[in-house]
Write a protein that binds this ligand. Structure first.
Ligand code: 5GP
Ligand code: MG
Length: 182
């Protein structure tokens, strides 16, 4: 019998993993660190769509100083491989040169996506780049990369909710769910 808290999306079954209350608490802590560390840096927050929209919305409402926010997207195209392929940054209208950039991501898994994004941004000569990720699959990391702000270190399993999707569904869930083992 299926437990009531379980959730089915397409062919997969998920179970509750991180509640919205836990997320909100943790996001407030991250924002607190940023309020202390970035207050005089005039940061430019770059939220990576689609997955980071809840994270960005909750985090940025806790930022106590004036800041610029831009929502950008990495292009994807049919047949894209999980690594190696260059992806373009869409929607970047701000001048990056000389800015203290703070990337807001939903998840770092292998790290290939973030690695490519960093390389791309560095070409624009920012003063600094910091990485804030809501979730981090540290055990899955395949590149040398150290996020500056991590919401939750998560196991190397598939998660959905709070912006994260499974084949475009589940982004609107308030809580984060984890794939149930068969
Ligand atoms: P990367 O492996 O390059 O660090 O992550 C690539 C992308 O895979 C992420 O931006 C995210 O869209 C997706 N991804 C990786 N792990 C998960 C996961 O557990 N859940 C969901 N929903 N997406 C994931
Ligand atoms: Mg993403």
């Amino acid at each position: 019998m299926r437990k009531s808290k379980e959730l089915k999306i397409h062919d997969l079954t998920f179970e509750p993993f991180i509640s919205n209350i836990q997320i909100k608490e943790r996001v407030r802590v991250l924002a607190g660190s940023m309020n202390a560390e970035l207050v005089n840096k005039n940061p430019l927050f770059l939220a990576i769509l689609n997955g980071s929209f809840f994270f960005a919305a909750d985090l940025l409402r806790e930022i106590k100083f004036h800041c610029q926010i831009s929502f950008v997207k990495l292009s994807s195209y049919a047949g894209e491989k999980s690594n190696g392929e260059p992806r373009m940054l869409i929607g970047l209208n701000e001048e990056i040169k000389g800015r203290n950039v703070v990337i807001l991501e939903d998840i770092i898994d292998s790290g290939y996506t973030m690695d490519r994004l960093l390389k791309h941004l560095k070409e624009h000569k920012p003063e600094s780049i910091k990485i804030a990720t809501l979730t981090f699959k540290k055990e899955a990391l395949k590149v040398s990369l150290k996020p500056d702000y991590v919401g939750f270190e998560v196991p190397n399993k598939f998660i959905v909710g709070y912006g994260l999707d499974y084949e475009q569904l589940g982004r609107n869930l308030k809580d984060i769910y984890i794939k149930k083992e068969d």
